[in-house]
Design a protein around this ligand. Sequence first.
Ligand code: ZN
Ligand code: ZN
Length: 367
Amino acid sequence: MSRTVLAAVMPAPRVPVEIREFRAPDLAPASALLRTARSEVCGTDVHLWHGRLSGVPYPIIPGHVTTGTLDAVRGSIADVDGRPLVEGDRIAFFDVHRTCGRCRACTVNRAPTKCPSRKVYGITDSAADGLFGGWAQHVYLEPGVVLAKLPDAVSFEAYIGGGCGLLTAVHIVERAELELGHTVVVQGAGAVGLSTAALARYAGAGRVIVIGGPADRLALALEMGADATIPLDGTTPESRRARVLELTDGQGADVVIEAAGSARAFEEGVLLARDGGAYVIAGHYTNVGDSRINAHEHINRKHLEIRGCWGSEVRHFLRALDALARYGREVPWARIGARTYGLGEINDALAAAESLAIPKALVDPWR
Ligand SMILES: [Zn+2]
Ligand SMILES: [Zn+2]
């Protein structure tokens, strides 16, 4: 194969993204070439552009969650159940790859998202190594990457509208250990918070309250399945807490989920949980500074359980696909991807994501 592939490359933090030509790779046995249909620009890409993630091998082709059609396959490839995948199939792939399954994190601590061999398309793979990011017309699916057929009912736009935020939300709901009727407060109305509101309902939550902004995102949160929203605009931490208590019969939430990425949100969240409740921290993907916590007042005396949530595993990817297939008629995932950009417009898309003008920008590299 000698055709050229266009890709948007982030040369270094704070440097404009530029379009470069790559040669289509020679396929190793049991690998494939994806023809990209949609990728995304999410909060992580803004962090990458700000240089706030460690261990990123710039230059990179960003775009971690990506979907499309199998363009070329060498040898045989299959999904996790051994069902063969062939050229022309609409597929999604798990962006995390090379998790070793043999190290201490993988085997003893059972925390494979902390495996030191782990790589992530669009984040920790370098453009020098090839087409390992979704802001490109084609993506190289190396041997061992977890692949899945996109369910017929799931459009490319719905899959990427959910995207990485939906995978994170599946993990959050698992960490939240929700029980039937639980009241849940979600801090943050970005892509993660919106998908979490939707999934919490299906996981048994009796009442879901989303705190965030701006107003159009809170309106979307209600359509995604939230029962009530509390705007950040025009309220104070005290008035928001009073509203949460009002909505939870004076108890506070059984589970609070932090999907805001703010040190102030953490300080507020511990006070929104009921005594003996749980708090899942998912939004602190980068270091946003210290929070002021009084261990006696906020954790010990409250008997509060605090759980981190880092990265995703294969089961979150596959359950995200199930959720899209099963609930996609009721939950407007495609609407999270508010606008679609071509490769030449990526810097505009990054600016829109940076200013929080839209929850998520979609990328169509063939536009
Ligand atoms: Zn490992
Ligand atoms: Zn993402």
